[in-house]
Design a protein around this ligand. Sequence first.
Ligand code: GLU
Length: 357
Amino acid sequence: MKIAARPCFSLPWLFVALSGLLPCCGVAADSDLPVCHMIATGGTIAMKIDPAKGAPVPALSGEDLVASVPGLNNVALVRIESLFNISSDYMDPEHWVAIQKAAIKALSTEDVAGVMISHGTDTLEETAYFLDLTIASDKPIVLVGAQRNASEPDFDGPRNLINATRICVSPQARGKGVMIALNNQINAAREATKTNTSDVETFKSGEFGFLGVVDPDRVVFHRTPERRQYIALKDGPVPRVDIVAIYAGVDGTQVRAAGAAGAKGIVIQALGLGNVNIPVYEAIKEAIKRGVVVVISTRVPNGRVLPVYGTMGGGQTLKEAGAVFADNLSPQKARILLMLALQNTSNAVEIQRLFDR
Ligand code: GLU
């Protein structure tokens, strides 16, 4: 065993053990247990310190991870699919599509209650939102990661894994879409973002709050995500969309570079309510004239973008120029919605409807 087992008398773990009517350590699974299909993709949760590098690197397979969690076999029968073992910094649309296909296949199996996906935390929210948009299933899909690697004495992987498994097989989790399970908290895919580089309480949903909690006795949901939608994934590469950051004194170079690189869409990480300066405004107008769809989001973590200001580059003038407004989606999530929308249309009015949903 690579990770020290948690003590059997820890309260949440005792509940888990008792709920399976089995002692908490080293016991075979009950075959009547619900099935949770686990897709392992890597991340810190699957890393250990490489002694030569003195730094965490991928080390644990899905099988290793599940074997390292005492009590997990009392919660569910976990079927493991080790898909990749990569840092989530290496995720891209091709990896998202591979995960989506694996999840849909697993969910179509009748005895599977839900899917759990282990993933690095850096881009976890992007994969979660891509899956939330492209999978039509009532069964729970739970992404899980860790902030501390498996060589650390307070590795947060085992607790997060057992929590994610409990959500995966919870009847209350049905119809909630794709969820993120870290630190006993549940967040919804559309709303959640990584808020702290190292703290175990990193995923938060801003002004909307957590979707629920994983308590020792049961999984408790406070609400249902209201703003979910489904966009079927088409065959072939997902259209390229780039994100351009706006800051004081920026010019239009990066907007033009995105267009020159072949982007079909550009998400602007604008200021405040959705404003840019004059050089960027000019570059955006050129891009829209060439048929590139421009979506205005904001670098402010909470609140919607709105076409309010009438200064050149203010939201009202961007709207008049034909830009789409991203509502309250973060730039990285607006990019995903735009990529999927562009599979079907480049009409700004139709795309605006998707952002308004
Ligand atoms: N950069 C790595 C990743 O996202 C580590 C971060 C993590 O998993 O927490 O996979």
